[in-house]
Design a binder for this molecule. Structure first.
Ligand code: CUA
Length: 369
């Protein structure tokens, strides 16, 4: 009885696992689908992946099929005493099963290597340069040619390659301030308390490591407008899973409009308003120790302190804190009250702000459009 029962339980378990695996492939609204490339660089990867996948399927089917056939065909049977004919030392067979895999591997290597070179080449012509700086646990995007710095939401024009220089920055090592630009090639200036991240927007490009003290490059491009989501793909500490990003691809006209809007100074709230109280809190509190805002000044000095996200046009972004929060009043309040409580390990500490302070600060932040 138990002998007959065991395979049935095993069959049930296998069926259940297969069902779970199959169901896992059925995510609706999968926004990070590398199999749906939305630009030429992601397309190159897809063009390589598909044939290699089917070659691997063919190898799997042939090898496992032969294995199963041989296991069944030459299994032990009652009354069978002799050992089946042995093929050890059969030169023809051994040459064949050495040469065939070698040919398959060379056949896969040629398109793989050419794709690697095609993806790594710096594009020529009209190219948008962006510095991508990985922080714990959010992304900084600086457009060196445009004098724009933003966080977590990267805007790009469609149809134009974006040449990203990626590096990682910590809070600054000892008294050294955190850099807000990647170092030149061979530079070793970014190493401190920073860690390795990986920048990944599946529909637009492959993955690229974001490494302290080293500048890596990645080219991405979207060929249609839309919002593409991505995330950090390398374990980087407590809130690694909360280190997401959005890429907003726009028509060149919309992108230019966005750039002009980002280049503008932050507006000054009218005197006597709650937002003005918030600005006051901002300038006299801990905020300016880490956050730059272009516009307001302290002792005639602009607020350019790096370390935390540049807040000049905070409200133009749909999300904040590594894109784990939708940008709205309630979430900003929750965040300011106790950042590490809603995002484990957050470097922005709980400043013990009173409800009034939080209200005023959020009122000010909401003017930063
Ligand atoms: Cu940054 Cu994981």
């Amino acid at each position: 009885m138990t002998v007959r029962r065991l395979p049935r339980t095993l069959l049930g378990a296998v069926a259940l696992i297969a069902l779970v695996v199959l169901a896992a492939a059925c995510a609706p609204n999968a926004t990070q689908d590398t199999l749906k490339p939305a630009g030429p660089y992601a397309q190159k990867i897809d063009n390589l992946f598909r044939p290699v996948f089917w070659i691997a399927v063919a190898v799997f089917v042939v090898v496992e099929g032969l294995l199963l056939y041989l296991v069944v065909r030459y299994r032990h049977r009652k009354g069978r005493r002799e050992i089946p004919p042995q093929v050890h030392g059969n030169q023809r067979l051994e040459i064949a099963w050495t040469i065939v895999p070698a040919i398959i591997l060379v056949g896969v290597a040629i398109p793989t290597i050419s794709t690697i070179y095609a993806l790594a080449a710096k594009p020529s012509g009209q190219v948008l340069e962006v510095n991508v700086i990985g922080h714990q646990w959010w992304w900084e995007f600086a457009y060196p040619g445009l004098d724009v710095t933003t966080a977590n939401v990267l805007h790009i024009p469609v149809g134009e390659p974006v040449y990203a220089s990626l590096c990682s920055a910590g809070l600054g090592y000892h008294d050294q301030v955190a850099p807000n630009a990647c170092q030149e090639e061979g530079g070793f200036g970014n190493v401190g308390d920073d860690v390795i991240h990986s920048f990944w927007v599946p529909q637009l490009a492959g993955k690229q490591d974001v490494v302290p003290g080293r500048t890596n490059h990645l080219v991405l491009e979207a060929d249609r407008p839309g919002t593409y989501t991505g995330q950090c793909a390398e374990f980087c500490g407590l809130s690694h899973a909360y280190m997401r990003l959005q890429v907003v691809a726009q028509t060149p006209e919309d992108f230019d409009t966005w750039v002009r809007q980002q280049q503008a100074d932050a507006v000054t709230p009218p005197q006597g308003s709650l937002a003005a109280t918030g600005l006051n809190e901002f300038l006299n509190g801990a905020c300016i120790g880490c956050h730059a805002i272009q516009g307001p000044k302290v002792n005639d000095q602009p607020l350019t302190q790096p370390g935390g996200p540049n807040l000049t046009h905070l409200m133009s972004r749909d999300c904040f804190a590594g894109c784990i929060f939708t940008m709205n009043r309630a979430n900003l309040e929750r965040w300011l009250k106790d950042p590490p409580a809603v995002k484990p390990g957050s470097w922005m500490p709980d400043y013990g702000l009173s409800d009034e302070q939080v209200q005023a600060l959020v009122a000010y932040l909401m003017t930063l459009k």
